[in-house]
Write a protein that binds this ligand. Structure first.
Ligand SMILES: CC(=O)N[C@@H](Cc1ccccc1Cl)C(=O)N1CCC[C@]12C=C[C@@H]1CC[C@@H](C(=O)N3CC[C@@H]4C=C[C@H]5CC[C@H](C(=O)O)N5C(=O)[C@H]43)N1C2=O
Length: 115
């Protein structure tokens, strides 16, 4: 986490990217399909938000670093799978619990609502 950023929410999820060519979801990053720590970060000085995710095992690989754009639509496809588009791709978070998913959605909606 860089300076000047605060963590608005942490959750545990598998980070997925939609492979539009093959029309299927693939997990982000390499190695075993394990959960990541997903954090919604706020940089107040810039009025910016981003979502960063690091694999829990084995090596804290960064598997998502996504700046949130004003007007982003956060889609709760199911109680534990949420998704959004950025300029390049579609991200999916497959949360380990519905509680994590609900907490993260609340934080995301709070962040997106301030714009
Ligand atoms: C218009 C649009 O972009 N729509 C998006 C969803 C969305 C709506 C609003 C704002 C942002 C987004 Cl990303 C959309 O429908 N997308 C984005 C790429 C893939 C998908 C397009 C079509 C398919 C139909 C089924 C759904 C999907 O992929 N789902 C639904 C929830 C389910 C949950 C988990 C993942 C993981 C494994 C499983 C699978 O792919 O077999 N799966 C899915 O099947 C997921 N789909 C999508 O999410």
């Amino acid at each position: 986490m860089a300076g000047g950023e605060t963590v608005l929410c942490s959750a545990r999820a598998t980070v997925m990217i939609y492979d539009d060519t093959n029309k299927k979801w693939v997990t982000s990053g390499s190695g075993p399909n394990t959960y990541s720590h997903v954090q919604l970060l706020h940089r107040p000085a810039a009025g910016a938000f981003r979502v960063v995710a690091r694999k829990m095992q084995p090596d804290q690989q960064v598997v998502m670093n996504c700046a949130l754009a004003r007007g982003l639509r956060y889609n709760q496809a199911t109680a534990s799978f949420h998704q959004w588009r950025d300029a390049r791709q579609v991200w999916g978070l497959s949360f380990c619990t519905r509680e994590d998913a609900a907490a993260f959605a609340t934080a995301m909606q709070g962040a997106l609502g301030v714009w």
